[in-house]
Design a protein around this ligand. Structure first.
Ligand SMILES: Nc1ncnc2c1ncn2[C@@H]1O[C@H](COP(=O)(O)OP(=O)(O)OP(=O)(O)O)[C@@H](O)[C@H]1O
Length: 452
């Protein structure tokens, strides 16, 4: 069996080498479910070889034990097991290598199946460092032609960018401009740099605009980079003249900002209730001004009426809810949650936004209807699949990437063309060079809301 697999593997290797040569020469690659795809077969063979090795490994260990011969057991353990593990890892790496090398082929083959295109669909693609051209060849089937001419949205979710479409009599071309995402590096500025542009660059090709997709949800365990990210975000909000309220029931890093942002920072339940009340009152007042017949402008929002964004940053909401042990405590939690609900559901037009952060997002922390209204969702560091589902719900990523880079995780911005959350590295902050408090004070002293 093993030798058969190897012989087949040898043949496929030749086919792969031929394909490889074509790729190196930059010739177009043809992908179709009906064509033999060497790379798919080769990965299957590697998988098969891996299974055989697992079998041998188990067999080897069993022989050692059954024989009861201590010498045999030592020989088996010392020599056999490490060799087999090494081989196993070798095959695993090879499989990864092939998946990576033939990633586009894989994606397109899966795409043909998932988009329910006819099996006979033939895709040709050509890739260079800046562009990917995907050409679907037209057949005589009018339904298929119609499908092929309307693939840009689903293809965008596959490659993360909306392609340019060109329709020809023989084919439909989708051209993707490939730009490698780069992590944003946060640096200190000499002077405060205010801006009216509501687009906030989060790096790695992600731009967030609270007017389009209000509210933020951040999940991530200890040390995943939540505080660093929130600090970066806070400065970005202050650059946009935002009124900031902070609730930090655990009284950690954000709670300490009360030295700088005064009574806009709350750590006790009563104070947290107070700032959420202030936020809701401000929202109601804005609506009454915006809806006054003298000021009313159809389709307008807070910016048109000269209001600044208002942000409530709520760290560790779960801890706050859990702190309510008696009747009085529960009453406060209910009031706060009702205020938060109003901000989430009604805040957008009035420019009142919320950022909710939690180590672990639970169903009872914020129900899924409310969570689905949070436009920017981030999961930093390692999270369990259940934890990720709490954050992304219908937008779970197709596969879970490696998030070993500090401050990396998954991100999803509602209303983009992307279907699911994607890998992202939060803005890099070199804490030896970037002093968050110095930065914050620059904006505080220059901003009217914090100047008293
Ligand atoms: N964006 C980043 N840039 C640079 N370093 C980072 C970044 N994110 C995380 N780190 C590194 O990880 C460490 C932990 O980050 P941070 O304090 O933000 O985690 P946290 O999720 O807030 O943890 P906790 O809940 O325990 O406070 C930082 O001290 C820093 O060394």
């Amino acid at each position: 069996m093993l030798s058969l697999g190897s012989i087949r593997g040898g043949k496929i290797m030749w086919q792969l080498l031929r394909e490889r040569r074509a790729r190196v020469r930059g010739e177009p690659i043809v992908v179709s479910p009906l064509l033999p795809n060497a790379f798919v077969d080769y990965i299957d063979i590697l998988k098969f070889n891996q299974r055989i090795l697992s079998f041998f490994l188990t067999f080897w260990i069993a022989v050692g034990f059954i024989s009861g011969n201590w010498l045999a057991e030592i020989v088996v353990s010392v020599t056999g097991i490490p060799i087999l593990f090494k081989q196993y890892k070798y095959f695993k790496n090879l499989r990864h290598f092939f998946r990576y090398e033939y990633e586009t082929d894989y994606k397109l083959l899966n795409f043909i199946q998932e988009a329910d295109l006819d099996e006979s669909t033939v895709v040709v693609y050509e890739e260079n460092s800046s562009e990917l051209l995907v050409r679907f060849l037209k057949s005589n089937n009018p339904t298929l032609i119609n499908q092929l001419e309307n693939l840009e949205k689903s293809l965008a979710s596959l490659f993360g960018i909306l392609p340019e479409k060109r329709i020809d009599t023989q084919s439909v071309d989708y051209v993707f401009t490939l730009v490698k995402p780069e992590r944003l590096v946060v640096t200190a500025t000499e002077e405060p740099e205010f801006t009216d542009d509501m687009n906030i660059d989060l790096g790695y090709g992600v731009v967030y605009n609270p007017i389009k997709t209000p509210h933020v949800l951040i999940g991530g365990g200890t040390g995943s980079g939540k505080t660093i990210y929130i600090s970066f975000f806070l400065i970005e909000l202050m650059r946009r003249h935002s009124i900031i309220y902070i609730a930090d029931p655990k009284n950690s890093d954000l709670g300490n900002l009360s030295h700088y942002l005064d009574d806009h920072v709350a750590v006790t339940p009563n104070n947290i209730a107070r700032i959420t009340r202030l936020a809701v009152e401000e929202m109601e007042e804005r609506y009454s001004i915006m809806n006054d017949p003298l000021n009313f402008k159809y389709g307008s929002n807070f910016v048109d009426h000269g209001f600044n964004p208002l942000w409530l940053i709520f760290d560790e909401m779960g801890a706050f809810q859990a702190s309510a042990t008696d009747k009085e405590g529960k009453k406060i939690v209910d009031e706060v949650m009702s205020n938060i609900k109003q901000i989430i559901l009604l805040g957008r037009q009035a420019g009142c936004f919320i950022l909710v952060a939690a180590q672990q997002m639970r169903a009872e922390t914020l129900n899924s209807d409310l969570r689905d209204n949070l436009g920017l969702r981030i999961a930093l560091g390692n999270n369990s699949p259940d934890g990720l589902r709490m954050i992304f719900n219908a937008h779970m990523p197709a596969s879970l990437p490696d998030v070993s880079v500090k401050g990396s995780g998954l991100i999803y911005v509602e209303s983009t063309e992307k279907k699911g959350a994607e890998y992202w590295e939060s803005p890099f902050v070199d804490t030896t060079k970037f002093n968050f408090i110095d930065e914050l004070l620059k904006y505080k002293t220059a901003d009217k809301y914090f100047s008293e």
